[in-house]
Design a protein around this ligand. Structure first.
Ligand code: XMP
Length: 329
């Protein structure tokens, strides 16, 4: 019979046997539940010989890099390196105005580049004072990811190129370690709670690798990032305040690349439009838009227009999946 406590003990023993007395492991974390749970498990198993890396790609949510750093380092005792590569990512995204897949590719490739550089640096430091080389790469792959990457061989695979699974280069010559590959999402959450990971992290909505770059329709500039981030923060804050965060499967603010007219105070303004998106789903393959009540939407809309410079209008996306996708790009 399977219990969470038993799973933790067995998995820790398995990790220790696998990497040995001196083996070192590296792994990227995003602040999401899967990578955090995987990282905490590694930390419990081998302590400082696990090296977590958070790449700040400049398109994380508002204050995210800082928050993740605090939770993982001070809260969970994970040996974490944060790399601020925002400028590199943003400079490469410049000029991409009408090609979401290009955004994904640029971000994916830049991520690999930054991760590899960081891995080399960490390896040099780690091997100078400890014996082992870094031989292992941690991935927070879940059972459904394993199934999806096996079965998605048809044209559906090319609808969007997700880079959660197998997203890191083979030429790094690292062996994969995937402690969550037999678990479903609800089991990962239970495991996370068991390992002392804070509730708000355990229940966090999924966030795509390309971040808010695919929620800024059109060109990603520092100014567009600011607007999208601030609006998104307000929306999520209100969803939490209304006690709806766990009922909604995923929610975010997207920034449309058009301007509309509005009146603010005595002035006529010409500013951008925010589109709110919130869905309910069990598997993210199909999804329904979430039926917020009018008073809630009114409050969010008023706050965004009043508090976010450069926005004069808010719309709510009432497209289900299919035919829409959850993300807008
Ligand atoms: P879609 O938009 O395809 O999204 O309905 C389904 C789920 O996948 C997430 N998503 C991504 N995750 N890289 C990721 O890591 C991506 O490029 C990407 N595109 C979509 C999306 O947030 C939703 O949870």
């Amino acid at each position: 019979d399977w219990t969470m406590g038993k799973f933790v003990d067995q998995e820790i023993a398995r990790i220790r046997a696998l990497v040995g007395e001196k083996g070192q492991v590296i792994g990227a974390v995003s602040g999401g539940v899967d990578s955090t749970v995987a990282a905490k498990l590694m930390q419990e198993a081998i302590g400082e010989r696990f090296h977590a890396v958070l790449v700040d790609n400049g398109v994380l949510r508002l204050n995210e890099a800082k928050q993740v750093k605090e939770t993982l380092t001070a809260g969970l005792g994970i040996n974490l390196t944060v790399v601020d590569a925002s400028e590199r990512f943003l400079s490469r995204l410049k000029g991409i105005t009408d090609d979401p897949e290009k955004k994904r590719k640029v971000i994916g490739n830049t991520f690999i580049e930054v991760f590899q550089e960081t891995a080399k640096k960490i390896a040099r430091e780690a091997t100078s004072d400890r014996a082992g080389e870094i031989e292992w790469l941690l991935q927070g792959t879940l059972y459904p990811d394993v199934i999806e990457s096996i079965s998605f061989k048809g044209p559906s695979a090319t609808i969007k190129t997700h880079h959660n699974v197998g997203g890191l280069p083979k030429d790094m010559n690292l062996k994969l370690i995937e402690p969550l590959r037999e678990l479903f999402k609800d089991e990962v959450r239970e495991l996370g709670t068991n390992l002392g990971i804070p509730e708000d992290l355990v229940w966090r909505h999924p966030f795509p690798g390309p971040g808010i770059a695919i929620r800024i329709l059109g060109e990603v500039t520092p100014e567009q990032v600011r607007i999208a981030r601030e609006a998104d923060y307000i929306f999520i804050e209100e969803i939490k305040a209304a006690g709806l965060y766990r009922k909604v499967s995923q929610a975010f603010a997207a920034l449309l690349p058009v301007k509309a007219v509005g009146v603010m105070g005595d002035n006529r303004v010409h500013a951008q439009v925010i589109a709110l998106r919130a869905v309910e789903t069990s598997d993210f393959m199909t999804a329904d838009w979430y039926p917020f009540d009018g008073a809630f939407l009114k409050k969010v809309s008023r706050r965004i227009v009043n508090e976010v410079d450069g926005v004069c209008r808010v719309v709510y996306d009432i497209t289900s999946k299919p035919p829409g996708t959850i993300e807008m790009e």
